[in-house]
Design a protein around this ligand. Structure first.
Ligand code: SF4
Ligand code: SF4
Length: 351
């Protein structure tokens, strides 16, 4: 893996060069200038690499909050009326600059759901394939970061094409994939890093990981019986204060629940896919009126069991949580997945 030296003074020019070939996404301040969200950059706009963590994860770049899937004409005079067709979408080369390494790992976990041997979701697959991930290592993890407990970390390379490491006046860029190499060529960054850069990178990484003090246990989860956790007595207490607002699932980089709706306007019909949440009672309401998760405790249990048990059992790829801490920070009633995970992991059923 090649290491490149990028002088920060040359960064903006490189991004302008890259924009000739790629649509760039990066954290940008929202319209109220209060928080950062991931969004596309206008031509000539350069990524802000000083950003704090974004409230919402960057998953919307691959999996938009609302996405047009299919459309059809309802006009009987048209030869193809009522035939649903995919809505055309541009999937030219795009790159996400400054994405957190654990957020890239999160997308690889979502990929397990959307790109399988049995079914390939074309919307997800086309967007994922077109995207190059230029991740920025997290030198100073936030107080809610527990990524190292969840099989990830502030310098995780899973799914990353180029890992940038902030080294004062420069970046050390670790090129991990061919996609990453192509992006760096488009940006015109090719100065080989000094031989000492490898050690510098390792030191920055080790220091960052040391700053993460939260320790969350996951070691017993895989071996447990599902029913042992499902029927455990602690769920009512965990769910007690939850107001089912769904915030935790919307901010999460690994939550993928969605709902599909058809809307008609005049003689046109469009089928949309919208984010949904397992925390909402409507999500599981059947047409018959029956709701298998009609109670709050059932929904809260579902969220944690999916992330920390079902996913683990189904894919054997660790938890469906990368420890970004967004849900910890955003939950209005302070329900903390770190505590829930420890409760599940340490649970000793009464004999
Ligand atoms: S953010 Fe908190 S209150 Fe809202 S649904 Fe999630 S756990 Fe419940
Ligand atoms: S910490 Fe919360 S928001 Fe982040 S990946 Fe885990 S469950 Fe999702």
């Amino acid at each position: 893996m090649k290491l490149i030296h990028i002088d920060k003074k040359e960064w903006n020019q490189g991004m302008e060069r890259a924009q000739k070939e790629y649509l760039l996404f990066s954290p940008v301040k929202d319209k109220d200038k209060e928080q950062y969200l991931f969004g596309p950059l206008a031509h000539g706009e350069v990524p802000d690499m000083t950003h704090a963590d974004t409230v919402l994860s960057p998953k919307s770049i691959i999996f938009p909050q609302t996405e047009k899937m299919l459309h059809a004409s309802l006009d009987p005079s048209q030869p193809d009326h009522h035939i649903m067709k995919r809505v055309p979408e541009e999937y030219g080369p795009r790159a996400v600059i400054g994405i957190r390494p654990y957020d890239v790992k999160a997308l690889t976990l979502m990929n397990l759901n959307f790109d399988t041997d049995d079914y390939r979701d074309p919307y997800w697959c086309d967007a994922y394939k077109a995207t190059t991930f230029i991740a920025l290592g997290v030198n100073s993890p936030s107080s809610v970061d527990f990524s190292t407990s969840m099989g990830s970390g502030p310098f995780d390379e899973t799914g990353v094409d180029v890992l940038l490491v902030d080294n004062q006046d420069s970046y050390i860029a670790k090129i991990i994939t061919d996609k990453g190499q192509a992006f760096m060529e488009a940006a015109g960054f090719n100065a080989e890093a000094d031989p000492s850069a490898r050690e510098t990178l390792d030191n920055i990484k080790a220091n960052a990981e040391k700053k993460i003090t939260a320790k969350v246990g996951t070691d017993t989860l895989r071996g447990r019986e599902i029913l042992e956790l499902y029927e455990a007595p602690f769920w009512d207490e965990i769910a007690f204060s939850c107001i089912n607002c769904g915030t935790c699932t919307f901010v999460c980089p690994t939550c993928w629940c969605f709902d599909i709706q058809d809307e008609t306007k005049g003689k046109a019909c469009t089928r949309f896919r919208n984010w949904d949440s397992c925390m909402f009672p409507l999500f599981t309401l059947h047409g018959s009126g029956h709701n298998p998760r009609g109670e709050k405790t059932q929904r809260v249990r579902q969220r944690f069991m999916h992330k920390l048990k079902y996913f683990l059992d189904k894919y054997d790829q660790g938890t469906m949580c990368v420890g970004c801490g967004r849900c910890v920070e955003s939950c209005p009633v302070n329900i903390d997945i770190r505590e829930v995970c420890n409760i599940m992991n340490n649970y000793e059923p009464q004999k």
